[in-house]
Write a new protein. Structure first.
Length: 95
């Protein structure tokens, strides 16, 4: 089955609500990845679940950089067969 990503108009609508906390490559016809800031992560993930019906976390992975982690969540909307990757950078804190 061919991959289908969340429509660009839906990404623009989401970005309108979070203009400085969310980004995606709008030069692509169908962007597959959004990048979030940590302070809005939970709120946007909730919106993706409720408004856009992403009902499954199909994969989660992370890259360990010297000063931060980058975590990537692969989401799926099984009703519309849509996919979306969500990336967030998390600062390392040592106590």
């Amino acid at each position: 089955m061919k991959r289908k990503y969340l429509a660009k108009d839906k990404l623009y609508a989401l970005k309108k609500d979070f203009p400085s906390e969310m980004d995606f490559d709008d030069t692509l016809e169908k962007p597959a990845l959004i990048i979030l800031k940590q302070q809005v992560f939970v709120e946007i993930m909730h919106i993706l679940k409720i408004r856009y019906k992403f009902d499954m976390l199909s994969n989660i992975t992370a890259v360990d950089y010297a000063d931060h982690f980058e975590v990537v969540y692969d989401l799926a909307n099984r009703t519309n067969n849509e996919e979306l990757m969500v990336k967030i950078a998390l600062a390392k804190t040592y106590t």
